[in-house]
Design a protein around this ligand. Structure first.
Ligand code: SF4
Length: 101
């Protein structure tokens, strides 16, 4: 079943409020990813480089709101994510929950 928790440590993203993603939906890239470092959240907006400000009451993002290109991940099925929990990394906004098939 799909619908785990999304937790995001990229606190420098404009969508991030207290480690909760308020983008509503996100895209994770990494078509050729064989490891965590090959993935990244492409919805990430660097707070320091953008005037975009998301609203605190915007929609929470859950795992079923993820569209993911990292098809070699065991949790990926037709670009949907079926992980129980997804953790986005602080450094490069990569997906720490990626596990290669
Ligand atoms: S856990 Fe796997 S399928 Fe889910 S977002 Fe991360 S890389 Fe994509």
């Amino acid at each position: 079943m799909q619908g785990g928790d999304l937790n995001c440590n990229a606190t420098n993203c404009s969508h991030n409020f207290d480690r909760q993603c308020k983008a509503g939906s996100i895209n994770v890239g990494g078509q050729n990813a064989m490891s965590i470092s090959g993935t990244n959240c492409t919805t990430f907006i660097d707070r320091a480089e953008s005037s975009f400000v998301n609203s605190l009451d915007a929609v929470d993002t859950d795992v079923y709101n993820i569209r993911c290109e990292a098809y070699k991940c065991v949790h990926n099925e037709n670009k949907a994510c079926y992980a129980d929990k997804v953790q986005i990394d602080a450094q490069n906004a990569c997906c720490d929950s990626f596990r290669c098939e």
